[in-house]
Design a binder for this molecule. Structure first.
Ligand code: C2E
Ligand code: CA
Ligand code: CA
Length: 429
């Protein structure tokens, strides 16, 4: 039997979701007359490990995952390729064997890892696709990657099996997206940002949704993946930002003091002239620039920090504010925070949630809050779901929070109702 490959091909620097099969994988497919199952696995809280313990530990963790998977799949005919922390594994054999390998993969990552004296507990998302007759390998890999994207997009499901041409694929969604924009199916919801001291809602973040006529409401991750696939990332960004700003400009008086934050992607930032286009959108919407925040991630700026810094400074000069999004994921670096012209640091949900249960993560959180404060930045904790999380953040001096504890992303009517209630509560009696 062939063994699970230990030396995996690294496919760094590729576009998200793109997988190139290794020779070993091609050989496996050629030798597997009884079928092939593709399994894509991505740890859910991997980025936080980089942020909390450093990149070396992150790298060691990926090696440890690699070894676990190799061990778990030793009895299968398998070949794997790694890209970042995502593993794409092909398993030869009938569907039942593939299913058993998926179970083994899931079980392999259930137990915590011990790295450098740290105990690290990971979650995982898994995408699965079964090769159909005559299916080319690259198509199989694409379907598995799409299944992973879906698994990531859904809050609950850890595993997703790709439809065999019957269900709706990402490709089909991508093909539909252009019309969806024209038909006004792309919508925004607004999630409140709440002051941690006085409980006031001071602003909202605009989050994209697709009101799909057959599939119901699709989340932002699925929508963005479909847009990427269709080459409509830029068009979608324009559409959603303009929509969010227009809607906010039209809000009734009760909401006219709220700030509105829109997400800005790497592609948005790199498309010149980003600043004048963004400001034109603000102007056309008829909203005061002073109410608008642009949310950017470090990943979006990594290619050209200097240019990104210049663009963000120009936005601020025009009165907008800038938030660094998802801090505490990816290769978060505090030196960026010091060098970029920012107003807010948004602490990623993974760190917010870990801080309650883990003393070490609490130390990381406290450090992040202290540095932000030292740099004069306000902090927004994301993903606050419990009172315990809120109290911890308030006690440690975080400025604002966002999360299901206050509200999920809301449509206009629900937002208006919530804010009005909030204001009534505050009126002196
Ligand atoms: P994000 O910017 O970090 O947005 C926060 C995400 O966390 C949202 O998911 C929100 O629904 C979810 N969330 C909020 N509170 C909680 C909570 O208490 N618990 C949990 N478990 N989740 C919470 P959503 O809307 O699915 O967006 C996912 C990501 O997609 C966003 O992450 C953002 O990066 C991107 N995105 C969303 N809308 C847009 C958009 O209009 N344009 C761009 N470029 N990106 C967008
Ligand atoms: Ca955001
Ligand atoms: Ca975020």
């Amino acid at each position: 039997m062939e063994r699970h490959s230990r030396t995996m091909q690294r496919a760094a620097g590729r576009r998200r979701g793109e997988r190139t099969p290794s020779e070993e994988q091609q050989d496996l497919v050629a030798a597997s007359a009884d079928g092939v199952t593709a399994i894509t696995v991505a740890p859910t809280s991997f980025e936080i490990v980089n942020a909390a313990y450093g990149r070396t530990t992150g790298d060691q963790l990926v090696d440890a995952i690699d070894q676990r998977l190799s061990g778990a799949l030793a009895e299968y005919r398998s070949a794997a390729v790694r890209s970042g922390a995502t593993f794409t594994i092909l398993v030869g054999g009938e569907a039942q064997i593939g299913d058993a390998a998926v179970d083994a993969t899931e079980r392999a990552l259930e137990h915590p890892f011990q790295i450098d004296g740290e105990t690290i507990q990971l979650g995982a998302r898994i995408g699965v696709a079964r090769m159909s007759e005559e299916e080319p390998l690259d198509q199989l890999l694409r379907r598995a990657a799409e299944a992973l994207a879906y698994a990531r997009a859904s809050e609950g499901a850890t595993r997703r099996i790709a439809a065999d041409g019957r269900g709706v694929s990402l490709a089909a969604l991508a093909a539909d997206l252009h019309r969806a924009m024209e038909r006004q199916e792309i919508d925004v919801r607004f999630q409140p940002q709440v002051h941690l001291i006085d409980g006031q809602i001071t602003g909202v973040e605009a989050l994209a949704r697709w009101q799909h006529p057959r599939l119901g409401v699709l989340g932002a991750d699925t929508l963005l993946a479909a847009a990427d696939r269709a080459g409509l990332g830029v068009a979608l960004s324009d559409h959603v930002q303009a929509l969010a700003l227009r809607r906010a400009a039209d809000w009734p008086d009760a909401l006219s003091g709220l700030r509105v934050a829109v997400n800005v992607t790497a592609t948005d930032l790199s498309r010149t002239p980003f600043v004048s286009r963004f400001l034109a959108r603000v102007h056309e919407a008829g909203i005061a620039p002073g109410r608008v925040t642009a949310e950017v991630t470090e990943g979006a700026m990594i290619d050209n920090l200097h240019a990104a810094g210049t663009a963000l400074a120009a936005l601020r000069a025009a009165g907008c504010r800038v938030a660094l999004d998802d801090f505490g994921t990816g290769y978060s670096s505090l030196s960026y925070v010091a060098r970029l012209p920012l107003d807010y640091l948004k602490i990623d949900r993974s760190l917010t949630q870990a801080a309650v249960s883990d003393a070490r993560d609490r130390v990381v959180m406290q450090g992040v809050l202290a540095i932000a404060k030292g740099l004069g930045l306000e902090t927004i904790a994301e993903g606050v779901e419990t009172e315990a999380q809120r109290l911890l953040l308030a006690a440690r001096g975080c400025t604002l929070y966002q999360g299901f504890l206050c509200a999920e992303p809301l449509d206009d009517a629900a937002l208006i109702e919530l804010v009005s209630k909030d204001r009534e509560r505050e009126l002196p009696r």
